[in-house]
Design a protein around this ligand. Sequence first.
Ligand code: CO8
Length: 262
Amino acid sequence: MSFENIILEVDAPIATIFFNRPKALNALNNALFDELDIALDQIRDNIDIKVLILTGSGDKAFVAGADIAELVKMNPLEGKFFSRKGQKVFSKIEDLPIPAIAAVNGFALGGGLEAALGCDFIYASDKALFGLPEINLGLIPGFGGTQRLARRIGSNLAKEIIFTGKNINAQKALEYGIVNKVCEPESLMEDVLKTANLIASKGKVALRSAKEVVQDGLNSDLETGCRIENNVFGLNMASEDAKEGTHAFLEKRKPVFKGKLY
Ligand code: CO8
């Protein structure tokens, strides 16, 4: 299927999704969410893909938020539906069995920051700008931002960002722990790809297990999380990759992971 509001590039083991409405700074509308939902299903079902990268088309924006022109026409129930739709799609990113990296190349405001927070971690261009400016529109974040930002950087910093509606630059976002790395704009994708390729060089079974355990553990208390880790650890040991990795170490050679899932 061809998309109009996003671009999906698959170059296994890496897939890249570009938000692609550059004239509206890649703002998120209903049609874009429908396409993103389908693209994420395709990525989840393709076992050759080991890492997803999310970025914005053009050099100005990752995503400048929900499409305000579309939002303004919605009645409260339509707004509730739209908010839930965005929440579900961003949860789908978070729930992918593979790591997802956001490459934030410009504005990541409102729904844009919420999209990036659905990813496992964020690299940003030093030109990137982050914020949840919904309060300036008389709104609140509605695509999971109130929950994910507080969980990622703590409620004190998240509340300041949400209550003031002020944007923060990439350096501040690094200091706050929103982003893992700040890059030169020209080298952002190169840096993200370097990390994506390093991740993709690891065994598929262990990679998926690690993603699942960290994610499920974050949604649980510590003891439950440790038990999840314990069970998945045992299961992971049954994989061919685990045998290969441990034997390769003892035989002083590089492992050759086949990534057999079943
Ligand atoms: N929605 C729709 N169009 C947008 C958006 C947006 N969020 N952001 C930018 N655009 C459009 C502009 O209207 C403009 O279009 P045109 O050329 O036709 O006039 C074009 O993109 C370029 O934008 P600007 O001329 O404004 O570019 P600047 O460089 O001057 O400014 C900014 C860039 C600072 C990013 C500015 O565009 C801006 O402030 N945008 C809005 C940012 C914002 O408030 N985002 C939050 C939106 S609300 C949200 O995300 C809620 C999520 C939860 C919703 C829950 C569902 C109900």
